[in-house]
Write a protein that binds this ligand. Structure first.
Ligand SMILES: [Zn+2]
Length: 188
């Protein structure tokens, strides 16, 4: 091999290593990346949007909730109902932005936390920190972890252990319990 040829081989190998490194980096999300998504969630919030804090509870009577929510929203949020799979327009929502509770506007998830689970419900592998409480329900005999908005107590969905790495969680959320606020404006 001439000096020129070996240089070519060396360069090709270096470029390959560089490219491969980038692909590997793009594929492996670490827990540190998840923490950053959680910490920087406001970077996906549309300018000038005012949202409540988890520490300002919203308590309403059943009748007040009935007035504030439509029948489907009331059934999910206040009676732990489940929307039929594949019915939420939010399944296909891919724009950058924030998902808030339809009951009280608390920010729950960002678009960066969403993934396609194939279940027919909007699914997320993590949440904004401190926005949900959980309980165990036995409605389907086997125990499931129910989660609800920490601010208004509204039921949102169930969390399962079959999500993508590194969290391994699937927050399976009823679309009717969420409102999407696109970061760059436009139709919610
Ligand atoms: Zn809420």
């Amino acid at each position: 091999m001439t000096r020129r040829e070996s240089l070519k081989v060396f360069l090709a190998a270096s470029i390959w290593t560089l490219l491969k490194g980038r692909v590997d980096a793009a594929q492996s999300t670490s827990m540190k990346d998840i923490e950053n998504l959680q910490k920087n969630w406001k970077s996906l919030l549309a300018d000038g949007t005012k949202l409540p804090s988890p520490s300002e509870p919203l308590k309403l009577s059943k009748e007040e909730w009935r007035k504030r929510l439509d029948a489907t929203q009331f059934n999910v949020l206040r009676e732990e109902g489940t929307e039929p799979p594949g019915t939420s327009p939010l399944n296909n929502e891919k724009r950058p932005g924030i998902f808030v509770c339809i009951g009280c506007n608390l920010a729950l998830f960002t678009s960066d936390m969403k993934y396609e689970s194939g279940t027919g419900w909007p699914s997320f592998f993590t949440t904004i920190v401190g926005v949900f409480g959980t309980s165990t329900d036995y409605k389907l005999i086997l125990p499931r972890t129910e989660y609800h908005c920490i601010r208004c107590g509204g039921h949102h969905g169930h969390v399962f252990d079959d999500g993508p790495p590194p969290t391994g969680k699937r927050w399976c959320n009823n679309g009717v319990a969420l409102r999407f606020i696109p970061r760059d404006g436009g139709k919610a």
